[in-house]
Design a protein. Structure first.
Length: 137
């Protein structure tokens, strides 16, 4: 799978599987963030399975499940704290990569990044932050 670079330390992806975790490790990612609740769709790899594989490969792993369209304050803070303490390059995933990108932008805004910079980075990667512009202002 081709991971989508948002900035030099953060990429997103649609749903990953075991082979993608192996690819992330091979490409030098240090942390995987799962933004998808278990059983959102049938036959989706479970969080515990992906976490186990990640840990076996030496990757840190964090689950911050988001149920669209909401991004609650505690979810944004969990993402911000995870990004602040990340041991290196981060790969976040959800169904399409959009949810992870939106959560990244909301978290980075609380960390002091400008809305304009976040919007430009997301747009360059093919993601539109219009739905959260009010929250980024």
């Amino acid at each position: 799978m081709s991971f989508i670079l948002i900035d030099e330390n953060f990429s997103v992806s649609p749903q990953i599987d075991v082979a993608d975790v192996q690819q992330a490790a091979a490409e030098g990612y240090k942390l995987i963030i799962n933004n998808r609740p278990d059983n959102e769709v049938a036959r989706q790899p479970l969080n515990a399975e992906l976490e186990q594989i990640a840990q076996e490969l030496g990757l840190a792993y964090k689950s911050i499940p988001i149920t669209p369209p909401d991004f609650l304050p505690h979810e944004i803070e969990a993402m911000a704290e995870t990004l602040r303490t990340a041991p290196g390059r981060v790969l976040a995933f959800c169904r399409s990569g959009t949810r992870s990108t939106l959560l990244w932008a909301l978290a980075r805004r609380t960390m002091g990044d400008s809305a304009e910079t976040l919007d430009a980075k997301a747009l360059a990667a093919g993601y539109d932050l219009t739905s959260i512009h009010g929250r980024l202002a």
